[in-house]
Design a protein around this ligand. Structure first.
Ligand SMILES: C[S@@+](CC[C@H](N)C(=O)[O-])C[C@H]1O[C@@H](n2cnc3c(N)ncnc32)[C@H](O)[C@@H]1O
Length: 285
């Protein structure tokens, strides 16, 4: 499949599923990512903004001499950007492949009164427009795994982030890059990739290699898997449904999402995949 066709698949997946994510999913916060029930988290809203809060902390820890500029690579409907803006004064840009998300993001930004500070564009983070303002911090929450090319993602991030600036990725990573030789693991990993249109499912070693080649130094890596919701009653129900429908699920965007989500639950519970929060710093050019 060419990179253009892959982009079209991802765009269609989000154009068609964003309404479901925001209504049938578990997010009243506009977040299209998982809730993190870490120690001290006491409400769903806090769990959904856990990663956003970690990004706020990174911004706070850096003594910027002027308002920092941040870029959300794969911004959904700009929920993270709006939340961060509510906690810490920034200027920000959101990038999404989905036209539908881009419109919803602009509406959210306007509704929250941030039109002068935040903006969203429909673009590909593997092929960014040339004239973008350099970022003090760029982040990617559950979007890196979609990258048609991990090398292109890091190359673009490297051009975007200022020397000394930060790149944050919170996403799923393989616990072992040789899992493809394990028949059972390979079966479930493939279902996850098919269902959620995943193109860059990498191990820690692989992702660090791309980051280093693009001029980034590793700062932090935290495994958040223990704080995810796995094997809830609704997950058993979905699992049953998906196993009955099997590949037929792939014909419908909502069922396709359930098919991928079910496989992901299996991969997380078997520890074939970990959900990790990672931070790199851009070295001087
Ligand atoms: C699971 S959603 C996460 C959205 C958002 N980060 C959040 O946490 O609410 C994945 C996002 O990645 C975006 N995405 C995937 N591949 C992309 C690409 N190549 N360029 C830009 N955005 C991309 C999708 O459009 C979608 O907004």
């Amino acid at each position: 499949m060419t990179n253009n066709t892959l982009s079209q698949h991802i765009q269609r997946f989000y154009d068609e599923n964003t309404g479901f994510f925001l209504t049938l999913g578990h997010s009243s916060e506009g977040s299209i990512h998982r809730a993190i029930w870490a120690y001290g988290v006491s409400s769903r809203a806090e769990a959904l903004h856990y990663i956003d809060d970690k990004i706020c902390k990174l911004l706070l820890d850096n003594n910027y001499s002027s308002e920092p500029h941040i870029v959300d690579l794969g911004c959904g409907v700009a929920s993270s950007l709006c939340y961060i803006e509510s906690q810490f004064s920034v200027t920000g840009l959101g990038i999404t492949l989905s036209e539908k998300q881009c419109k919803l993001a602009e509406q959210r930004i306007k509704k929250q009164g941030y039109s002068k500070k935040l903006q969203c564009i429909q673009s590909d983070f593997c092929k960014l427009p040339k004239d973008l303002q350099k970022a003090d911090l760029a982040f990617s929450i559950e979007s890196f795994v979609h990258a048609q090319s991990a090398g292109a993602f890091f190359h673009q991030a490297s051009s975007l982030v200022k020397p000394g600036g930060l790149l944050v990725i919170c996403d799923d990573f393989l616990t072992d890059e040789d899992l493809s030789h394990d028949k059972k693991a390979a079966y479930w990993l493939e279902r996850f990739q098919e269902g959620w249109v995943i193109n860059s499912l990498l191990s820690n070693e692989q992702v660090n290699k791309y980051a280093t080649q693009a001029g980034f130094k590793k700062i932090e890596s935290q495994n958040l898997t223990p704080y995810l919701e796995i094997n809830r009653p609704r997950d058993y129900f979905i699992s049953l449904l998906v196993r009955v429908l099997n590949k037929f699920s792939l014909k419908n965007p909502y069922l396709q999402m359930l098919y991928g989500g079910d496989a992901l639950q299996k991969c997380l519970s078997k520890q074939w995949i970990n959900y990790e929060f990672k931070v790199w710093q851009k070295l001087n050019d």
